[in-house]
Design a protein around this ligand. Structure first.
Ligand code: MG
Length: 389
């Protein structure tokens, strides 16, 4: 393949866990994929190393200081963009074929919309964008005839199991590992440290999603993500704990058939599939040996100890701007937990308080969604400052 035929990839969030693993996938298939754009939040040193290695046509950061360093470090060798507008410009880069959205948080909304409007194929690893703005994003993608291929392991699994019969779905079974505190009592959950919460038993991930996995808000966000991606009602989306993380999700069809996706817990598999779809290539990930599997267990989630899942079902079913508010409050609360300002058990309490104070608006306008997101961030920050005093 000459370089004109290679798929040209933009990675938003290239210094994060998903972004780095995406670069490993591209390294392995350098005959098929080529990096044409890289963006990070503020990790300019690592971004400079990546630019040196992959020689993209453009790069962006979402931080003024980092932008200065990037400009000095690259000396006019490539196009540079700054801020959320810059991420959006990079997402719409003319030479790009495919955009991997691997940013963390609702900051992904505008770049995702920009990539869709520019006609790019989307590999979506940024669930917060669909949680906050799912209706608009999916409607716009349909209007522009754009495929959004999920990277989230559960949604990649469902996408693959749906195959040619998406109209015959009875239920979607989202599996959850249960996180590191699956067996903790409510008292134990009160005393959880940041270090303990950052230790996920099965998956290697960034800090925000690892904390979300520990509170089970991650699964709640994924329920809303599945609702938008697969156009299924909330009643049809079930959550079940599968602590060994072998089954990545299942689809139950109207004829009683279940299709499940099994594999090792390695994000390079769903990242690569989003790049190669509908083809499959060999992967650096290990393969399962079914003979070595001792057992696959299923356990119902405990809503008392992990109230975040119910909050997400409530937000999703209510609709409007409430999911955006829940997501923004959660981003702030998780950040405050990581900074040591609040305890682990306070995260869902703060999210719920913010949700209760929100005056819901319709979510068919991006302005409403961004306004609700900003309101929730301000409200949650005030709440935390008052409670910490
Ligand atoms: Mg997931």
């Amino acid at each position: 393949m000459n370089s004109d035929q290679k798929i040209k990839v933009v990675i938003l969030g290239s210094t994060g866990s998903i972004g780095r693993q995406a670069l490993e996938v591209i390294d392995l298939h350098a005959d098929k994929f080529q990096v044409t754009g890289l963006a990070a939040r503020d990790e300019w040193e690592e971004l400079l190393e990546q630019i040196d290695r992959y020689r993209p046509a453009a790069a962006a950061v979402n931080d003024g200081e980092a932008y200065k360093h990037l400009r000095e470090g690259t000396a006019g060798k490539l196009k540079l963009f700054n801020g959320v507008e810059g991420l959006s410009e990079l997402a719409a880069l003319e030479e790009a074929d495919l955009v991997l959205i691997a940013l963390s948080g609702a900051v992904g909304i505008l770049p995702t919309m920009a990539a869709i409007r520019a006609g790019k194929k989307i590999a979506l690893a940024n669930k917060e964008t669909l949680v906050a703005a799912g209706e608009i994003v999916m409607e716009t993608a349909a209007a522009y005839n754009i495929d959004i291929i999920p990277v989230d392991s559960e949604h990649s699994a469902i996408f693959q199991c749906l195959g040619v019969s998406p109209q015959a779905v009875k239920n979607i079974w989202l599996t959850a590992s249960g996180g590191p505190f699956i067996d903790f009592s409510q008292e134990q959950l009160q005393k959880v440290s940041v270090k303990e919460a950052l230790k996920h038993p099965n998956w290697k991930m960034g800090p925000k999603i690892t904390i979300d996995s520990a509170t089970m808000m991650n699964k709640g966000l994924e329920v809303i993500e599945a609702h938008h991606l697969f156009q299924t009602s909330y009643q049809q989306i079930k959550v079940v704990l599968q602590p060994e993380s072998i089954i990545h999700s299942m689809v139950e069809f109207i004829d009683g058939s279940f299709l499940a996706h099994l594999g090792v817990a390695d994000m390079r598999i769903p990242i690569q599939y989003a790049f190669s779809y509908p083809l499959r290539y060999n992967s650096p990930a290990a393969h399962l040996n079914p003979l070595e599997l001792s057992r696959i267990t299923f356990v119902p989630p405990d809503h008392k100890r992990f109230p975040s899942l119910e909050l997400a079902y409530h937000a999703g079913k209510t609709g409007g701007t409430l999911p955006a508010v829940m997501n923004a409050a959660n981003e702030v609360a998780v950040n405050s937990f990581l900074n040591g300002q609040i305890g682990f058990a306070s995260i869902p309490v703060i999210v719920e308080k913010t949700m209760n104070k929100h005056e819901n608006m319709e979510a068919r306008s991006l302005e409403n969604i961004l306004m609700a997101d900003q309101w929730a961030r301000n409200f949650t920050e005030d709440l935390i400052t008052r409670e910490v005093k």
